[in-house]
Design a protein around this ligand. Structure first.
Ligand code: P1T
Length: 379
């Protein structure tokens, strides 16, 4: 089955008791048993919920994975991967990544004796240089948030495989439509489902997919032990959102390309970060591992100051100033004070994230209106 057909049908069948074509919202915390231990496969909703199970099968299929699990947020999915580690273990992570992931790594899990080493993975050999016998996990985010760097998943997954290190990829910025890390050799794919997958800015959720039964078992054990599960209503909304994922992504990519080129030719713009440009440092890798370049774009103006960035941000009328991304409506954000405020300034500057950087999540509106909005904001 091709992607669009899978989005609509994989793991989904009419409700056997009524024929309802839409997966029902099983709003229940428990399930009646005929006798102790005699039940229909469902015991307690922290462990199993039919609406969630359908979504998990559907998302696993979209990532070409055998197993999938949904969590109450992207961060709780990430946390679940970290919880398979033990004190003394080392994680090699992308240096440019979502500020919340950086905070989880450095402020929460480092307290429990896990060491995080941040490297620029644009060049895969940088990963090899820091591997020790304690390295247990390689954490990749690509495209990176917010600098839009591209990391070669296949090359790094191979480095991990040879050294017996798990490779996990945060695939949030690409979505399963544009990139499938498991196909490229990664052991785990993670998503903030909140973003492109759910797609309508009305759900917070996370996902982990894998082909490795023992990793899936670990994730399931942590899921039921820690309890960071999504509610059935959110699973329903996400299943509904996924039905248009491929169509939305095509429009995000089309609009993204127009906006990126417009910005690049704008006299007030100094630099645009978007992997679709031929002179993007890892454009060839992006072409190889992605189906398109998406609608996430960052840029810096010629007047390269925080004050100018704030003034520009105040002039948008269609792009809404907000955290998050990947919804149908266009958003504009200021990473230094919003999504990446928890990353210390010197670390931000190391990866090129200046106070003047503006990030766009280009939605699926008529692109001419988006260009007019940018024209007004950049005047
Ligand atoms: O918000 P949550 O569903 O918990 O997902 C966290 C997360 C994980 N990974 C990436 C790459 C992300 O971008 C995010 C969340 N990011 C934003 C809210 C943002 O505006 O960048």
């Amino acid at each position: 089955m091709k992607f669009g057909t899978k989005a609509l049908h994989a793991g989904i069948s009419p409700d056997p008791s009524t024929g309802a074509i839409m997966t029902p919202i099983f709003q229940t915390s428990t399930y009646v048993q005929e006798a102790p231990g005699v039940h229909k496969g469902y015991e307690y909703a922290r462990t199993q919920n039919p609406t969630r199970n359908v979504l998990e099968h559907n998302l696993a299929a979209l990532e070409n994975g055998k197993f999938g699990r949904c969590f109450s947020s992207g961060m709780s999915a990430t946390e679940t991967v970290l919880k398979i580690l033990k004190p003394g273990d080392e994680v090699i992570s992308t240096s440019d990544l979502y500020g919340g992931s950086y905070r989880l790594f450095t402020k929460v899990f480092s307290k429990f004796g896990i060491k995080f080493i941040f490297v620029d993975m644009k060049d895969s050999s940088n990963v090899e240089k820091v591997i020790t016998d304690k390295s247990k996990l390689i954490w990749i985010e690509t495209p990176t948030n917010p600098m839009m760097k591209i990391i070669d998943i296949k090359e790094i997954a191979e480095i991990g495989r040879l050294r017996n290190i798990i490779t996990a990829v945060d695939n949030t910025f690409a979505s399963p439509y544009l990139q499938n890390p498991l196909d490229l050799g990664a052991d785990v794919v993670m998503h903030s489902v909140t973003k492109f997958i759910a797609g309508h800015s009305d759900v917070v959720m996370g996902f982990l997919g894998t082909n490795d039964p023992s990793l899936d078992e670990d994730f399931g054990f942590i899921q039921k032990s820690s309890g960071a599960i999504p509610g059935p209503q959110d699973c329903f909304l996400t299943l509904r959102g996924i039905k248009t994922l491929h169509v939305r992504m095509q429009r995000h990519c089309e609009n993204g390309e127009v906006v990126a080129n417009y910005l690049r030719n704008h006299p007030n713009v100094e630099k645009v970060f978007w992997p679709g440009f031929e002179d993007h440092p890892n454009h060839e890798v992006a072409k190889k591992q992605m189906k398109g370049f998406g609608g996430m774009i960052s840029f810096i103006q010629k007047e390269d100051t925080l004050e100018q960035a704030k003034e520009t941000l105040s002039r948008f009328k269609i792009f809404s100033l907000a955290e998050s991304l990947g919804g149908v409506e266009s958003l504009v954000g200021h990473p230094a004070s919003m999504t990446h405020a928890s990353v210390p300034k010197e670390q931000r500057l190391k990866v090129g994230l200046k106070d003047s950087l503006i990030r766009l999540s280009v939605g699926i509106e008529d692109v001419v209106d988006l260009i007019n909005d940018l024209e007004g904001a950049l005047r």
